[in-house]
Structure formats: structure tokens, C-alpha cells
Design a protein around this ligand. Structure first.
Ligand SMILES: N[C@@H](CCC(=O)N[C@@H](CS)C(=O)NCC(=O)O)C(=O)O
Length: 303
């Protein structure tokens, strides 16, 4: 009996050992497979990036390639920064092409550009760089030093303050609905990543500061920014006078979003009721610089 019991115990021990080894082997195989897949994905990504970069570098001497998110249903882009940059390129009459394959660039931000193989990120830095390269620095040519200071202050108010207040609506209050409505073709990754993007935005808003206020306080801030723009514009055709310059491109990018991509927000009502001159100003810029607006939408609008 004892011998049988000992043999039984030994068998259990051996089986357990084999199972343990199989488990370890399985885990190790899974680990190796994961590493191989990850490595293959990295190599593939590197190859695709290299091919794209070769293509962009050969787009033609001095042709600007703007890398952007996909077109919008109501605006040529859902990003105010892309619209700002495209509007500047049109104002400066610089030839450009838009690429939608790789929207995030070297600083993990959109937009960025490729120019003769060189990569530049951040709409403001891009405009300054192109201004120097093509001698299209409107503000320094058209404005006095004092006006340049005002233009810079407005530009920063819009892209570094108003922009955060609008992100608060777009990602937090509206839960990305306006973005979904404004795009005909939403990449799958957007749906998958939205909860993560929203959490990341809430954190960024808290760090920046706007995210610490109540929504009604943020709405009040937007109203004050719009009021400042509206009062300064007054009856002038463009913000700084008779001719448009860089700051108008910035304001245009943001007003376009407010007018079309913030359905259900209090901001459309503000523009309709309190700031009609901003709407007329926006139309003036659109008529002048975006005569092909409808054909730049996705799908193109035929009316
Ligand atoms: N200061 C930048 C801001 C650009 C920016 O915030 N872009 C947003 C899209 S509208 C972006 O790239 N977000 C990606 C992210 O936050 O990961 C500029 O002027 O270009």
C-alpha cells in the first residue's frame, strides 16, 4: 500500500512539474512572439516613414507639405491650427500641398510641415520660418512696432487662452460629439483612443489652469476674448487695419471652428447675438482667401 501511495505521489509530482514547465514555456513563447511582432511593426513603420519622407522631399523645390488631420465636413480642417497655417499660406501665396497620412510630427503635434526635406513643427514657428524664407512677414512690413505688439498679444490670447477654453468644450463638456459630427471619415483609432485622449486632455487642462474653473466661468472667459476681438476690430475690414496679416489667419482658424464645429455650444449664440462684426470679418477673410472653401470639404459641397 505504501509503495502504491509513494508511486501515486511521485506521478502527481512529475505531472505538476511538467505542467509548470509547459506554463513557463508557453509564457516564454508568447513573450518571444510579442517581441518579434513588436520588432516587425517597428521595422515596417520605419520603412513606411522613410518612403513617405522620400516622397515629400521630392515634392518639388520650395513646395510646402502641410501634414494635417483629415478634412472636415464643414471646415477644410477640424484643427484651428491647421486652418490658421493654411490661411497664412494662401495669404502669402506660397504653394503648398496637404498630406493626411502622418498628422503628428516631430513634436507629436499637428500641424507640421516638410520643406525641401526639412521638418518644422508648430503653426506659429512655421509661419515665422516661412515668413523669413519667402519674405512674407506681413506684420513686420505693414504694422508699426506698437501695432505688432497688439497683434502678438491677440495672437497669443487666441492660441494660448481661447484655444484651451475651446478644448474644454470640445473634449470635456461636449465629449467629442462636435468632432464626430464634423468628420465624414473618422479613423477607427479615434473611437478607440477617445476615452484616453479625453482623460489626457482633462489632465492637461488642469495643469494649464483652465480645467480648474467651472464650465460657466470658462464660457465667460470665451465671451471676454471674443468681446476683445470684436471691440478692437470695430468697423475695420481686418483686425489690424485695411489689409490682413498673420493675426487674422490665427483668428480665422478659430472662428471657423466656432462657427461650424461647435454645434449646441453657447459660442454660436454669442457670435450670432453679440459679435456680428466678427462673423462679417470671418466672411471677408473666407471670400478673399478661401474661394474654393466648398471644394476643400469632405465630401466637397456642390451648391
Ligand atoms: N502650438 C501648436 C498647437 C498645435 C495643437 O495643439 N495641435 C493639436 C491639434 S488641434 C494636436 O496636435 N494635438 C495632439 C495631441 O495633443 O496629442 C501650434 O500652434 O501648432
Amino acid at each position: 500500500m505504501e509503495g502504491v501511495a509513494a508511486a501515486g505521489g511521485g506521478a502527481v509530482w512529475v505531472c505538476g512539474g511538467v505542467r509548470w514547465m509547459c506554463g513557463r514555456t508557453r509564457k516564454r513563447s508568447l513573450g518571444v512572439a510579442f517581441l518579434l511582432l513588436w520588432g516587425a511593426a517597428r521595422v515596417y513603420r520605419y520603412y513606411v516613414h522613410k518612403k513617405r519622407r522620400e516622397r515629400w522631399a521630392n515634392a518639388g523645390q520650395d513646395v510646402v507639405i502641410v501634414h494635417a488631420f483629415p478634412k472636415g465636413r464643414y471646415t477644410p480642417n477640424m484643427s484651428p491650427f491647421v486652418l490658421k497655417l493654411e490661411t497664412y499660406l494662401r495669404l502669402a501665396q506660397i504653394t503648398y500641398q496637404v498630406d493626411y497620412e502622418e498628422p503628428l510630427g516631430p513634436k507629436a503635434l499637428c500641424p507640421w510641415i516638410t520643406l525641401n526635406g526639412e521638418e518644422v513643427a508648430d503653426s506659429q514657428l512655421i509661419m515665422e520660418r516661412l515668413g523669413r524664407q519667402y519674405d512674407k512677414n506681413f506684420e513686420s512690413k505693414l504694422l508699426t512696432k506698437e501695432q505688432q505688439a497688439v497683434a502678438r498679444a491677440f495672437s497669443l490670447m487666441v492660441s494660448e487662452h481661447l484655444a484651451w477654453c475651446l478644448r474644454d468644450w470640445r473634449y470635456v463638456t461636449d465629449y467629442g460629439q462636435g468632432i464626430r459630427q464634423g468628420m465624414s471619415h473618422i479613423p477607427l483609432y479615434y473611437y478607440l483612443l477617445f476615452p484616453y485622449l479625453r482623460r489626457r486632455m482633462i489632465k492637461a487642462l488642469k495643469i494649464q489652469g483652465v480645467g480648474r474653473h467651472t464650465h460657466s466661468q470658462v464660457q465667460h472667459m470665451v465671451k471676454q476674448d471674443l468681446a476683445a476681438l470684436s471691440h478692437y476690430l470695430g468697423e475695420k475690414p481686418f483686425l489690424m487695419g485695411e489689409e490682413p496679416c498673420e493675426v487674422d489667419c490665427t483668428v480665422f482658424g478659430f472662428l471657423s471652428q466656432l462657427l461650424w464645429n461647435y454645434p449646441g455650444s453657447p459660442y454660436i449664440i454669442m457670435l450670432n447675438n453679440d459679435f456680428r462684426n466678427l462673423q462679417q470679418y470671418h466672411r471677408r477673410l473666407k471670400d478673399r482667401l478661401w474661394p474654393d472653401w466648398d471644394s476643400c470639404l469632405d465630401p466637397p459641397r456642390t451648391s
